[in-house]
Design a protein around this ligand. Structure first.
Ligand code: AMP
Ligand code: MG
Length: 496
């Protein structure tokens, strides 16, 4: 073992409230250093949000600290334990098998937990090596910041570091660490863990912590009193359920497929969490399965909203010992059934340029989806071209995306009529339908370059994805066009 490097003090203020919950929630342990870490990419706006100096983060000491080689002064590293349902089956105990929470820092923007993903084995690694490979780490880093810029709740990525250390997956790859940041990394699976263990006191402490930190209004709201007889846990479930419903609508609208919506990958804050075999869809296929390992299509695009609801039932089940009666918990899940479709209609209506969407618009939306599905029309391009057209451009670039022009023309006539009274729909649509999306092939090309030591592709993508609604003539052709034919043969699996 090489001698430990002296700690780096970045001047962060630490709180460590998760660590203070007690020893039953986690195991305190240090990250396992990686040799010769190098900085691949840094998210400067996030650094500033954390009160950190981006220039300092580019220095060797910081790169060592965020790849797990050098302690961060004031941190209190730990791996947390959770359980969960994987592919619909109870999987028992899981946990942070390759992520180490450095702790919780306090900033002007609220609390932020900082976590290193890929920083070595933990007591929850099971058969895993505790590492993450550069390929999947680039995907997670870019997707996190892409989602953020699209306005979709997500865990964040501060830094991406890589090491030449070999890591075996289907082939030999190399190691990397994503420095992830979120107000909390607590998952549905944390609740399931203590419920399954029959540890009601630990479950209650966890629920109280999450409520007091992130949902304090449920303690005293009129809704809690009226709908749930004053029970904060049921009211809390309703809030989680509504956040999750809105998140699902955002995923669906941007064509995002998560790929592994296991209950241990569901954030209690309604954030997009654990980017693995995800995909932003190219051609629209409602049955699209992005995870090569998901042969049954449990997590296909059109199943995501139902799966989220299924996972919310797992959470409800876990909260049972705190509520004693299942009626308020089932009642708390009810609103998902109205919040999701309303949010979905609002999202798709906005994509179509409608300032106000009503149920009367549902057929127009449904027919657009039918049309897109029939021809497997490219999802991002359709919406962007339609936005340009709404902003005064010709219809041809949208129309040319369809083989069945007659059906498109019929739909287009209805849509034209509907948006006729809208005020500047094109401007709104261009700020709703992104020009730059992290398609699989774009990530793949950046990964190939980074594997050769050239991080330029990652950095270019990061810059474009941070401003996804802005045209960028220098990059439009290469980064905003139809995917090449080889893109559809890319196989993305759970292996990461
Ligand atoms: P995921 O499918 O990435 O959400 O991972 C499921 C579980 O396996 C989580 O508890 C992870 O921490 C764990 N895990 C995944 N990959 C590894 C690995 N390479 N080493 C250790 N644990 C892992
Ligand atoms: Mg996971």
């Amino acid at each position: 073992m090489p001698p430990e490097l002296p700690p780096l003090d970045l001047g962060l203020t630490w709180d460590h409230r998760f660590a203070q919950l007690g020893p039953g929630y986690a195991t305190e342990l240090a990250p396992d250093p990686l040799p010769a870490p190098r900085l691949v990419a840094l998210c400067e706006p996030l650094a500033r949000d954390l009160g950190l100096d981006p220039a300092q983060l580019r220095e060797r000491e910081a790169i060592e600290a965020f790849s797990g080689s050098r302690p961060l002064a004031g941190s209190r590293p730990l791996a947390s334990v959770y359980s969960g349902h994987q592919f619909g089956v109870w999987a028992g105990q899981l946990g942070d098998g390759r992520a180490i929470l450095l702790g919780e820092t306090r900033s002007a923007n609220g609390p932020w937990e900082i976590q290193l993903k890929g920083s070595g084995r933990t007591p929850y690694s099971r058969m895993g090596d505790g590492r993450a490979v550069l390929r999947s780490s680039i995907r997670e880093f870019l997707a996190s910041e892409a989602m953020q810029a699209l306005g979709i709740p997500t865990t964040r990525a501060l830094m991406l570091t890589a090491s030449p250390k070999p890591v075996l997956r289907e082939e030999l790859e190399t190691a990397a660490v994503v420095t992830r940041v979120a107000p909390s990394f607590i998952r549905f699976g944390h609740f399931e863990h203590f419920a399954a263990a029959g540890d009601v006191e630990a479950l209650r402490r966890l629920a109280d912590f999450v409520i007091d930190s992130f949902y304090p209004e449920v303690r005293s709201s009129a809704r809690t009193a009226e709908a749930f007889g004053g029970n904060p846990y049921a009211a809390f479930l309703e809030q989680v359920s509504e956040r999750t419903a809105r998140l699902m609508a955002q995923w669906q609208a941007v064509g995002f497929c998560h790929g592994v919506m296991n209950s241990d990958n569901m954030s209690i804050l309604g954030l997009t969490l654990d980017y693995g075999p995800f995909q932003f869809m190219d051609g629209f296929d409602p049955d699209h399965i992005c995870n090569h390992t998901d042969s049954g299509g449990r997590y296909a695009w059109n199943r995501q909203p139902n799966v989220a609801w299924w996972n919310l039932h797992c959470l409800a089940q876990a909260l049972m010992p705190l509520v004693e009666d299942q009626a308020p918990l089932l009642a708390a899940l009810e609103s998902y059934k109205s919040v999701f479709p309303q949010a979905m209609l609002a999202r798709l209506g906005a994509k179509l340029g409608l300032a106000e969407v009503t149920e009367a618009d549902q057929p127009l939306v449904d027919e657009a989806l039918k049309l897109l599905a029939a021809g497997r029309t490219d999802w991002p391009l359709f919406w962007r071209q339609l936005s340009r057209h709404a902003a005064g451009g010709p219809v041809a670039p949208v129309r040319d995306l369809f083989i069945d022009r007659a059906s498109f023309d019929a739909w287009h006539a209805r849509w034209t009529l509907r948006i006729a009274g809208e005020d500047t729909p094109g401007t709104r649509m261009l700020a709703t339908n992104p020009q730059f999306v992290l398609r699989n092939h774009l990530a793949e090309l950046a990964i190939r370059r980074a594997r050769e030591g050239d991080d330029g592709g990652v950095q270019t993508l990061l810059a474009l994805l941070q401003r996804p609604f802005d045209d960028d003539p220098a990059h439009d052709a290469e980064y905003a066009g139809l995917p090449p034919s080889w893109a559809s043969s890319l196989e993305i699996s759970c292996s990461s």
